[in-house]
Design a protein around this ligand. Structure first.
Ligand code: NAD
Length: 351
């Protein structure tokens, strides 16, 4: 099956996304996706950019994340509800659309829960390529939930990280993560405290979920030269790092107007200097400036990363059958005769 009919919209279900990822291989998917993300970040100035549109409630947030490069338009619907996990549901779940700017017609509708975990991990690993100390092979992962394995595999694929130190307040999450990563070439230690997890780590990934600000890392836990990949703090009032760490770090962000609202830097004054990741990628600003510097990627997740992911999936569908055909677009014989189409249907199916 190929996408031949312009009036059908390819739909990638969760099942088809899993098959697509497995067809390609998780490591290769992450590496290829990272290349798409880099390509789009390098043409950053072309894109329409806006902080995501967030609807906050007592238990979580629902967000819309739109962007366009003038040819294609993409958006993602995503939630963040830390309490869901205790009720047997995902903390983060998502779907997204890619559309043709010329006609306004949707070109792809896809699940994005799995795709978000992949794009978040790929973005973290791309950032670390520019920021982590050379030769980094050991990473602490604090928070061993849904995102954690994807982070581990992306750092292995892009940086060669092969030693993991896992910590979660719920040890069963660390055991799950270690079991899932068995046989993938990692040397894994399960730790009983965050302090133990960061010992000897070149990279510290924090990817915990809590509705409020937490202090996953205190200042004394972070030594010179470490790279911090802070993924879990991504909403107003939801942070993971002690403010003193931020004051000692070279902070790199995706899109400052969004990160100042949602990221770790919401704890700092609005004019605290930050570096934009795209500027590091194009060589306009230095990434890691010296071996003793603490670098911090204050990840919140930006629409362009989802756009890259949608674009990547759309390109894969050109040569796979991992989609269903969705009858989403009305297609009357004469475009103005929408009502006539309804009448013809009524004639076919009398009440
Ligand atoms: P999850 O609920 O599946 O896992 C979170 C894990 O964190 C759980 O195992 C929980 O026990 C653990 N945890 C909570 N508090 C902790 C603490 N104080 N110390 C150690 N562990 C702790 O959630 P997930 O889908 O893995 O998402 C993790 C976080 O990442 C969420 O906050 C989510 O909003 C965020 N996220 C960010 C991005 C981004 O682009 N930056 C993308 C996706 C998810």
């Amino acid at each position: 099956m190929t996408i031949a009919n312009l009036n059908i919209v390819p739909f990638v279900s969760v099942e088809n996304m899993m098959k697509l990822v497995l067809d390609i291989g998780v490591e290769r998917f992450l590496t290829d996706l990272a290349a798409y993300i880099e390509e789009d970040f390098r043409r950053w100035e072309l894109f329409d950019k806006t902080p995501r549109v967030a609807s906050h409630s007592h238990d979580g947030v629902i967000e819309l994340m739109p962007t366009s490069d003038g040819q294609l338009y993409g958006f993602k619907y995503v939630n963040g509800h830390p309490k869901n996990m205790r009720e047997g549901r995902q903390t983060v779940t998502a779907f997204g659309v890619l559309a043709d700017v010329g006609s306004g017609y949707p070109m792809l509708l896809t699940e994005m829960t799995i795709l978000t975990a992949l794009r978040t991990a790929a973005t973290s690993a791309v950032a670390a390529k520019y920021l982590a100390p050379k030769g980094s092979d050991t990473m602490a992962i604090i928070g061993n939930g849904a995102q954690s394995e994807f982070q581990a595999i992306a750092f292995k694929a892009l940086l060669g990280v092969n030693k993991l130190r896992l910590y979660d307040i719920d040890i069963s999450a660390s055991r799950k993560c270690a079991n899932n990563l068995e046989g993938l070439g990692f040397d894994i230690a399960i730790c009983t405290t965050g302090q133990e997890a960061v010992e000897g780590a070149h990279i510290i990934t924090t990817v915990t979920a809590d509705k409020q600000s937490a202090t996953i890392l205190t200042d004394n836990m972070v030594g010179a030269g470490v790279h911090i990949n802070a993924v879990g703090g991504d909403c107003p009032g939801k942070t993971e790092l002690h403010r003193d760490i931020l004051l000692r770090s070279h902070i790199v962000v995706e899109y400052p107007p969004q990160t100042r609202i949602e990221g770790e830097i919401q704890q700092l004054s609005p004019d605290h200097p930050v570096t934009e990741l795209w500027q590091v990628m194009i060589g306009k600003t230095a990434g890691r400036r010296d071996p003793r510097e603490i670098t911090l990627f204050d990840s919140v997740g930006f629409a362009i990363e989802d756009f890259s992911a949608l674009r990547y999936v759309r390109d894969q569908l050109r040569h796979t059958k991992r989609f269903d055909e969705l009858d989403l677009l009305a297609d009357p014989d004469e475009p103005r005769d929408l009502f006539g189409m309804l009448l013809r249907q009524a004639a076919k199916e009398p009440a």
